[in-house]
Design a protein around this ligand. Sequence first.
Ligand SMILES: [Zn+2]
Length: 257
Amino acid sequence: MSKFSLIDSHCHLDFKVFDDDRADVLARARENNITDIIIPGVSTQNWPDIQMLCDRNKNLHPCYGLHPYWANQHNENDLEKLKQQVVTNRCVAIGECGLDYRPEQTDKKIQLHFFETQLDIALENNLPVVIHSVRATEDIIKQLRARPGLRGMVHSYSGSYEQAMQLIETGFLISLGGAITYERAHKLHHLAGQLPLSSLLIETDAPDQPDASHKSERNEPAYLVEIFDVLCKLRKEEKEEIAQQTSLNAKALFNIN
Ligand SMILES: [Zn+2]
C-alpha cells in the first residue's frame, strides 16, 4: 500500500470489463490511496453509465465526449446531445476527444470535425478538454493554438519533448501512463524526468495500457502506484512532492477538491 495520495486522471471505469467486480476494483484503489478517478466518456451510449457511477460516488468525476477512434459511429445529433449533456449534468471536462492517426483510421476529416466541435463546446462552457492523440500531436497543437484560453490535458502522452513543451505553453497538461514503466521507453523517460512538475498528471487508462508489471492483464486504478513509482525514479523531487503536485494539478484542472 502506498502512503501517498494519488489521482488517476484517466480511467474507463464504466467499461463492461469491470461490471463483475467494480466494487472490488474501487476498494483496491482506495487501499492504495487513489483518492479520485476521472472517467472520460467515449460515446453517447456510455454516458448514462458514467453519470450513474459518478452520482453514487463523489470521488469519481465524469467527462462527456466522443472518442476519435469511433468517429464513424458518431453523428451530428451526438454533438447536439453533448451540448445538452454538459449543461444539464455535472461534469469536470469535455472528452475524451481528439485525433487518432493509426493506419486503420481512414476518416481524418470526420475526426477533425468532431474534434473541432468538441473544443468549441468546451470553450463555450468554460470546461477543460481531455485529449486523445495518436500520431497526431502536430494537428492537435494547431487546433489548440487557434483557441486561446482553452485548457485541458493530453492523456497517455506519446509525442516528443518539444511538442510537450508547446502543449504546456498553450496551457495544457501532460498526462503520463503505463507506457513510462517499460524499460525501452527512453523518449518517454526523458520527458517524464524533464517536463515541469506543475504540468504533469498521472493516469492508468484502465482497462487498457497496463504497466510493465501487469503486462497483458486487465489494467485497474490501483496500479497507478506502479506508474507513480517509476515517475519518482525519473525525477529529482521527493516522492511526497510529486504526489502532492500531480494531485494538485488534477484538482485545479478539473476543479475538484
Ligand atoms: Zn481513454
